[in-house]
Design a protein around this ligand. Structure first.
Ligand SMILES: C[S@@+](CC[C@H](N)C(=O)[O-])C[C@H]1O[C@@H](n2cnc3c(N)ncnc32)[C@H](O)[C@@H]1O
Length: 387
């Protein structure tokens, strides 16, 4: 579904929606340069997801083949690798998966997938203008910080993955303790002294104790969470009064503000297949659309939602957005095998060979695409009342 408020081209680089930016933090540089995310828009009508209201300027000189960005030399197909933690792993179609609570997460945890996740981290931080978070946890806004007392002290990163965000935030807040939990023990050993990791299932009962954290961060979990309401209720209980929650999720739909996205484009087909495959395993990939209202229902106040556009490909005129688009397409291209094998074979009951045939078509289509396509990225945050 295209953004109904968007036009074919924005009148000038940096033009923003008249609605954006009021009453919240300034748009970050990358986003601001390219139009900025929509912030503090009125909540969408019930049943409709929030939409970004800015447009991304198109680079009319962008070559179809994207030489220098998307050539076959710079986008490699995913390969498999076997690492040492065999006892914690299970193998399927030449990919390594988590063993603890086996089957909960449908994507691999092997090295190619970890590299892809780290690339996704770089892409998202760039999209967010270098920010690791938007919630005001640094103590500057009201002089007290998250749970009170000069800035954030205890941070929880739910589904920490490679731990890259937790490590970065640990560096940014050396006075804070950062705990990252995940189904997979794939985090590095050499980490800042204030960061720790734990294997845990975020959808089980939390044993961290009540009112223990000042800030809870949940990112890229929409392909895994089956019960957002329960997760948010547990997070609410685990936060101290005044603490913040922040959810950062890609909304996996292919959108376009002009008529360049053909109905038979490979990206909507790919995303549709992944959605259907996950649905067969009890996961609604687009359930995250309701996160802002769920955060309110859980009791959080001051709830805000920002929506960014993540371009796929090098079509934007703005150099930052072009780089983000290049990352995004590589992230999809390099990850195709890992993204599809679980959902398509376990969920849709395709054979691995059928998946490979489909992927050959997707690879070709992604590289040839002239579509000005983007995937929305939603940031939702809210504060637990101070009591
Ligand atoms: C797409 S990755 C995102 C990693 C990280 N949040 C980031 O943004 O870089 C999803 C991660 O969530 C973990 N995960 C999925 N379901 C989980 C659960 N129920 N409890 C804990 N971790 C989970 C997976 O093992 C995987 O490492």
């Amino acid at each position: 579904m295209a953004d109904p408020t968007a036009t074919k081209k924005s009148p000038s680089p940096g033009a923003t929606s008249p609605k954006s930016g009021s009453g919240t933090a300034s748009p970050p540089p990358a986003a601001a340069a390219a139009g900025g995310p929509s912030t503090a828009d009125p909540p969408p009508p019930p049943g409709r997801p929030a939409e970004a209201t800015h447009t991304i300027d198109v680079d009319d000189d962008d070559a179809t083949s994207d030489d220098g960005y998307g050539s076959s030399a710079s986008v490699s197909a995913a390969t498999t690798s076997i690492s040492s933690s065999v006892r914690d792993s299970t193998f399927e179609n030449n990919r390594r998966y988590h063993k603890f609570r086996e089957g909960r997460y449908q994507f691999p945890n092997d090295e190619p997938e970890q590299e892809r996740e780290d690339m996704k981290h770089a892409m998202i931080v760039h999209l967010c203008g270098g920010k690791l978070h938007f919630a005001p946890i640094d103590g500057e806004e009201d002089g007290r910080g998250g749970g009170g007392g000069g800035g954030v002290k205890d941070i929880l990163d739910v589904g920490t993955g490679t731990g890259i965000w937790a490590i970065d935030v640990g560096d940014e807040y050396p006075e804070a303790n950062v705990l990252g939990i995940d189904l997979s023990p794939i985090q590095p050993v050499w980490i800042p002294p204030n960061v720790s990791f734990m294997v845990d299932d975020a959808e089980s009962e939390w044993l961290h104790g009540g009112e223990r954290f000042d800030y809870i961060h949940i990112r890229h979990m929409c392909s895994s969470i089956r019960n957002w309401r329960k997760l948010l209720e547990q997070a609410y209980r685990a936060l101290r009064p005044g603490g913040w929650i922040e959810l950062q999720e890609l909304r996996f739909v292919a959108l376009c503000d002009d008529d360049t996205l053909a109905p038979d484009h490979v990206l909507p087909q790919l995303l549709g297949g992944v959605r259907d495959g996950l649905a067969a395993n009890g996961i609604n990939l687009l359930d995250m659309e309701k996160n802002a209202s769920r955060v309110r229902q859980a009791g959080f106040v001051g709830v805000d939602e920002k929506v960014f556009k993540t371009p796929v490909g090098t079509w934007p005129r703005n150099n930052d957005m072009k780089k983000i688009g290049m990352y995004c397409r590589s992230m999809i291209y390099d990850g195709l095998h890992g993204i599809t094998m679980g959902p398509f074979t376990r969920g849709l009951r395709w054979t691995p060979e059928e998946v490979e045939v489909f992927l050959a078509k997707v690879r070709k289509g992604l590289l040839e695409s002239r579509a000005h396509v983007y995937i929305p990225f939603h940031v939702v945050m809210g504060q637990k009342p101070r009591g």
